[in-house]
Design a protein around this ligand. Structure first.
Ligand SMILES: Nc1nc2c(c(=O)[nH]1)N[C@H]1C(S)=C(S)[C@@H](COP(=O)(O)OP(=O)(O)OC[C@H]3O[C@@H](n4cnc5c(=O)[nH]c(N)nc54)[C@H](O)[C@@H]3O)O[C@H]1N2
Ligand SMILES: Nc1nc2c(c(=O)[nH]1)N[C@H]1C(S)=C(S)[C@@H](COP(=O)(O)OP(=O)(O)OC[C@H]3O[C@@H](n4cnc5c(=O)[nH]c(N)nc54)[C@H](O)[C@@H]3O)O[C@H]1N2
Ligand code: SF4
Ligand SMILES: [Mo]
Length: 752
């Protein structure tokens, strides 16, 4: 597909880059096809910054000329990018120059959801917002205003403005829909989080197992690079997935597991490794507690037992276990990231960790390294009235003191003591609808795609209808912005500073996001919006800094850096302690009570929960229905890039994957348009059918993020189907508060 000259002019050089999946940095000219060269006759300036086209946050280098961004490359020294960007990173140019962006502050004139607004200036928009939030605070207390956020800028709202305002209801809803179970399981087992950058020691591993996690479609840049390098080095790969994913096509073994049965497979692997005494006995004795209980626990879980549940041959289950032991400790089961699947997800993650532990790979070369955060001090602020403990998709944020309010409807306050950072989603919106345990009347939403991210859309709408006031800070006219009273247009990551990007890693590092061009339209950076709002809310004492430069300078000085230097280099890498040997004589890396790895989890036992993981079946699809599975496509991020002029050209809409034999029996043909209807009658589509042998017969598959119905997203509107629209149920993980989304079923109806 070729661009027209006009589109090229509008969207600049990023197009040339986006069509190649990755590109090395270098003189811009060399990377361009010769006939486009004339656009780049002028010299460009290279400005290092940080990509935010997804949450991985790679280092980027922007090529800028005459105030215009022409191209983005990967930062060569940033460990996240290692000189490259993924297709979405390259397509950041399209986000900056998307003509559909929010351009001016808006005030609602019609009913919520109607999308009727008038344009206004920043003063009025901020004054109206502050007045409404203060009124709610006066009438109901500060906790009656909730703050939802995601992405880097949520620091200014969820982690800063909310606790300064005094609201404990500061949440990153994406957490409970993404990583919570693996983080909670990791904290219970190792006393450490997994963290935003999965600490798999790709550089040395020889045997890799991927459960679900679909690297390559899940396009986290460095992980794709490291996976490819490991594979090229000869590492063996096993993929367990009901769908023959892209990465399955690179695997030595593909296990088409029955959806929802992974815990049984993991238990059988433990059984095999223990019964055959193939585990790392020295490691287990030295670093773990509770192995004896595990030996008893897994006795019944033979490969034959698991074969009946998982639909996989017992010999293959045993073979893989044998191989794992042959390659240990350079053998690793990768944690995955989106791990809210069926509701029993913390236990599945515990099971995955336990197999790794038997292989003795945590803290060992070729297994899991021990990730540490870089050292850098926070800006010295006077303490907030309450602590901030919201976590991000990338794991729990730095937690402050426990929130003092006993009137908080948060999951950790409601008896689920294991929940840190993640918030069970029903506890986010119920108080808005029912006023119980106390009312939430106001919402500040920052970069959360409420209607695409949260399941049970009808309830989200009900909650938004019930609010006294909703202010949305976004860059695009997404559906939820139509449900706001005030809409504040933020500028994109390419037009602003954010707080320092600090990454727990093998080599912990700090990176700087800085503007590469001036803010377009009447948009403003998040830090500025939050600060201006804070001052209008009477919170000046928490904003002793006047400019973001001043704030960043102070933080950087704490590690002997200056802003001037960081603006040039973009990144500063520190030394880590990735392996157990680096900890010899320096205390235990395991921050559990016993300072050992908890195979048997006492904390769970005390709470009356299985201290060792057990397989729990998930309900089967009713007759005529398929389980709805979903995942990523490499050229899109969630529901935020379907309008991106560059990325839309790479993938315009999603398709519903349907097994070939099933399609034949149903007389469905490839490319046919259908509506998807779920068990509760919710519909989405029309969407094209992709008839394929690459999926089991009991499920169908959609790429998440399509099926937009906001008219302002002119390119995305009406294209494809939305998995979220079909998720009218979820299975709550009782340990972490995560919401398992793969418990919805759909049937296909030919389009009328
Ligand atoms: N391009 C792109 N990349 C992204 C993102 C993006 O938006 N776009 N988002 C990023 C984020 S925040 C996240 S959380 C990650 C998510 O990416 P992952 O963590 O890799 O997501 P998963 O949900 O584990 O993987 C989806 C796969 O699980 C398979 N699957 C479904 N059910 C089962 C089952 O019962 N058992 C097994 N074994 N497999 C199953 C599906 O067929 C699909 O191939 O992606 C990240 N990377
Ligand atoms: N059905 C279903 N639900 C899911 C998932 C799924 O696969 N299927 N995945 C889950 C997972 S793993 C995750 S991590 C979450 C992701 O959840 P979200 O982060 O909510 O997903 P996005 O669609 O990326 O929404 C980002 C929002 O921020 C806006 N935005 C983008 N850039 C900026 C910016 O610079 N500033 C501001 N102010 N706004 C910006 C976008 O327009 C969009 O409205 O979704 C979860 N929910
Ligand atoms: S993985 Fe891609 S989109 Fe995400 S930060 Fe890196 S380059 Fe940007
Ligand atoms: Mo995620």
């Amino acid at each position: 597909m070729k661009l027209s000259r006009r589109e090229f002019l509008v969207f600049g050089g990023g197009v040339a880059g986006a069509l190649a999946t990755v590109s090395a940095p270098g003189p811009v000219r060399r990377l361009l096809p010769p006939r486009r060269r004339f656009w780049f006759q002028k010299a460009t300036t290279a400005v290092p910054t940080v990509c935010e086209m997804c949450l991985w946050r790679c280092g980027a280098v922007a090529q800028v000329a005459e105030g215009r961004l022409w191209k983005l490359d990967g930062h060569p020294e940033n460990p996240k990018s290692n000189g490259r960007l993924c297709a979405r990173g390259l397509g950041g140019v399209g986000e900056l120059y998307d003509p559909d962006r929010l351009k001016k502050p808006l005030i609602r004139t019609g009913r919520r959801g109607e999308g009727q607004f008038r344009e206004t200036n920043w003063d009025e928009a901020l004054d109206v917002t502050a007045k409404a939030l203060l009124k709610i605070k006066e009438d109901h207390g500060p906790e009656a205003v909730a703050f939802f956020g995601h992405y880097a800028g949520d620091k200014w709202f969820v982690d800063y403005l909310a606790p300064a305002f005094g609201s404990p209801n500061a949440a990153k809803p994406a957490v409970a829909l993404c990583t919570t179970p693996r983080e909670v399981a990791s904290n219970l087992t190792f006393g450490r989080p997994v963290g935003g950058h999965e600490p798999v020691d790709w550089d040395h591993t020889r045997y890799i197992i991927l459960l679900g996690t679909h690297i390559g479609e899940n396009a986290h840049n460095t992980m794709m690079q490291q996976f490819a390098a490991a594979r090229a080095r000869g590492a063996k790969v096993v993929v367990v997935d009901p769908r023959f994913s892209t990465v399955a096509s690179k695997a030595d073994r593909y296990l088409p597991i029955k959806p929802g049965t992974d815990t049984a497979l993991l238990l059988a692997w433990m059984h095999y490794i223990i019964v055959n005494q193939h585990y790392d006995a020295e490691y287990v004795a030295r670093y773990t507690e509770g192995f004896e209980q595990l030996v008893e626990h897994v006795r019944p879980f033979t490969p034959e037992w698991a074969a009946r549940i998982t639909d996989l041959p017992a010999e293959i289950i045993a073979d893989v276990a044998k191989d794992l032991c042959r390659y240990r400790p350079q053998a690793v089961l990768v944690p995955g990231r989106h791990v809210v699947w069926y509701g029993n997800d913390t236990q599945r993650m515990r099971a995955l960790y336990l197999v790794n532990i038997l292989l003795g790979n945590y803290g060992r070369r070729g297994g899991w390294y021990i990730a540490e955060s870089p050292y850098v001090e926070e800006y010295p602020l006077q303490p907030f009235p309450i602590g901030s403990e919201a976590g991000g998709c990338a794991g729990p944020a730095a937690s402050g003191p426990e929130a003092s309010s006993d009137r908080k409807p948060r999951a950790d306050g409601a008896g689920r003591t294991f929940l840190r950072g993640g918030v069970a989603i029903q506890e986010l919106v119920e108080p808005m609808i029912t006023g119980r345990p106390y009312p939430i009347k106001g919402l500040v939403s920052y970069a959360v795609n409420l209607f695409h991210t949260l399941p049970v859309r009808e309830r989200t709408a009900e909650a938004l209808r019930a609010l006294d006031f909703h202010v949305a800070v976004d860059i695009l006219p997404q559906e939820h912005t139509r449900w706001a009273d005030v809409v504040l247009p933020e500028c994109t990551y390419l037009e602003r500073y954010d707080d320092l990007i600090t990454v727990p890693h093998k080599t912990p590092f700090i990176a700087l996001r800085q503007p590469v061009v001036e803010p377009m339209h009447d948009s403003r950076p998040g830090w500025w919006i939050a600060r201006e709002l804070g001052i209008r809310l009477g919170l000046e004492q928490y904003y002793p800094w006047k400019t973001i430069e001043e704030y960043l300078e102070q933080r950087l000085n704490s590690v002997g850096l200056t802003l001037e230097e960081m603006k040039k280099q973009g990144v500063s890498v520190q030394k880590g302690r990735p392996y157990l040997e680096d900890w010899e004589g320096k205390g235990s890396p395991f921050r559990t009570e016993s300072k050992k790895i908890q195979i048997y989890c006492k904390e769970l036992a005390e709470a009356g929960i299985d201290p060792l993981p057990r397989y729990e079946p998930t309900p089967e699809p009713p007759e005529g229905f398929f389980r709805l599975l979903y995942g990523r496509a490499p050229m899109h991020t969630f529901g935020r890039t379907q309008n991106n002029p560059v990325l839309t050209r790479l993938m315009r809409e999603n398709e519903v994957w349907l097994n070939r034999a099933v399609a034949a029996a149903m007389r469905m043909t490839d490319g046919q348009r259908v509506m998807l209807v779920n068990q509760d009658g919710a519909k989405s589509g029309p969407v094209r059918v992709r008839v394929t042998a690459r999926i089991r017969k009991d499920c169908v598959y959609l790429v998440h993020g399509f099926g937009h119905n906001a008219p302002g997203l002119r390119r995305a509107h009406g294209r494809g189907a939305s998995d979220t629209a079909l998720q009218t149920r979820y299975a709550l993980d009782p340990i972490s508060g995560g919401a398992g989304l793969r418990v919805n079923f759909v049937r296909l109806e030919p389009e009328a």
